[in-house]
Design a protein around this ligand. Structure first.
Ligand code: CMC
Length: 394
């Protein structure tokens, strides 16, 4: 048997999938055949979630049912709330999110293959129930982690659009007339669409990896969120903001670029494993930024970001390495303008990516070729050593 050494799975194909299509050379991203540009312009996040999970855009009846089911699962259990309240006052919201999501598996033993039987997700009703519940609860857990972070009481959901309700849970000050700004609601909804799915990225692979062991879906989603937390993946938006803040002024950009070339720093929000020309999502994010600045005022770090982008795009070092801004380069600046603390940015990436994870989980369950993921290694250690006592025993 010939085995190939492939750290990072640069060339290893481990599944067939019909969810997302990416052409990295041409900068194309499609969800179920629909271009990301068209979906960002015409669709809504929850509709896109339906498309990703079930393969088709919903009919009116399907949409009404799906929307209702998801929105009626937005409340979280009081005990989950209590568990979240026990975190340190300054807990990172992603740490709270990962823990709360994995704790949900203990709330739903009837949906855990380890307890309810290997085939408990075969019944479409049972499978859909987990989909509604996870899509519904995720923004509430996220909002609670944010409220915790800013030292305020957690809010309960109220009906309305998915993203509107999320804003309501974040910001409401016990004002029953509170209405989030429609431009910001739409902007976040578009960002949610752009972040919803991206084939076998690190976190989605992690979800499929866990699902391959028939791990319950709550733990799978928590595992996906854990992978997304990393600064090379979904934590990049937080890292971009930190980088721009550290650079501080436009004058400091050339010195920073030199550090990047000397490999003392990384240009966060640049580079992508698949896109080697441009990231189509980054283009749309730039437009969204303008709309948000109209409402919230221009975020000052945007000038540094734009200057940094221009310098890098014209520098032979970055051109040669095919390094372009990715989706995370501008999203952090938008979140900053919206008033979110940087450690909440990865959570804002996690909520929509859950749609993609659920789509992959469901596809994996139905895959007749599915197998537990178990790569091989090249062993580099000792062999056949004789035991020798190295410590004195009493
Ligand atoms: N800044 C400076 N140099 C870079 C960067 C960067 N952001 N990204 C790649 N390089 C260099 C890297 O040092 C290497 O140089 P050399 O050939 O001299 O060793 C070359 O480009 C190839 O990089 P790589 O690390 O082999 O590429 P990869 O496909 O393994 O990594 C990546 C992709 C996204 C992890 C990486 O580009 C990176 O760390 N970017 C910064 C973090 C970031 O923005 N992540 C968000 C990705 S998009 C959204 C998401 O998936 O979450």
């Amino acid at each position: 048997v010939t085995r190939y050494f492939d750290p990072g799975y640069m060339n290893t194909v481990n599944c067939r999938s019909s969810i997302a299509f990416i052409d990295g050379e041409k900068g194309i991203l499609e969800y179920r055949g629909y271009s990301i540009e068209e979906l960002a312009e015409k669709s809504t996040f929850l509709e896109v979630a339906f498309l990703l999970i079930y393969g088709e855009l919903p009919t009116i009846q399907q949409w009404k049912k799906f929307n209702k089911k998801v929105m009626t699962h937005t409340f979280h259990h009081n005990e989950l709330r209590n568990m979240m309240k026990s975190f340190r006052y300054d807990a990172h919201p992603m740490g709270m999110f990962v823990s709360a999501m994995s704790a949900l598996s203990t709330f739903h033993p009837e949906a855990n293959p380890a307890l309810a039987g290997q085939n408990c997700y075969d019944d479409p009703i049972a499978r859909n129930k987990q989909i509604y519940r996870i899509l519904g609860t995720a923004p509430t857990i996220a909002a609670s982690s944010y409220r915790h972070r800013i030292g305020r009481e957690y809010n309960s959901p109220r009906y309305g659009g998915y993203t509107e309700n999320f804003f309501y849970m974040l910001d409401n000050l016990n004002d029953s007339d509170f209405k989030p700004h429609p431009v910001l609601v739409r902007a976040l909804d578009v960002l949610f669409i752009l972040h919803a799915e991206h084939e076998l990225n690190c976190s989605t692979s992690a979800v499929r990896h866990l699902a391959s062991a028939n791990t319950d879906i709550y733990t799978c989603i928590a595992g996906g969120a854990a992978a997304l937390y990393g600064p090379l993946h979904g934590g990049a938006n937080e890292a971009v903001l930190k980088m721009l803040t550290k650079i501080g002024t436009k004058d400091n950009i050339p010195a920073f670029i030199e550090k990047v070339k000397n490999k003392e720093e990384k240009l966060m929000g640049f580079g992508h494993r698949v896109y080697k020309n441009y990231d189509p999502r980054a283009k749309i994010v730039r437009k969204v930024a303008e709309e948000v600045f109209e409402v919230c005022g221009k975020e000052t770090l945007i000038d540094i970001a734009m200057e940094l982008e221009t310098i890098a795009l014209n520098d032979p070092y970055f051109i040669e390495k095919k390094l372009y801004p990715n989706v995370d380069f501008y999203s952090g600046v938008i979140y900053k303008a919206m008033g979110f603390p940087p450690d909440f940015y990865p959570v804002l990436f996690t909520i929509p990516r859950i749609a993609g994870w659920l789509a992959h989980w469901s596809e994996f369950l139905d895959d007749k070729d599915k197998k537990i993921v178990r790569p091989r290694q090249i062993y580099t250690g000792h062999r056949k050593r004789g035991y020798e006592l190295k410590v004195e025993r009493d």
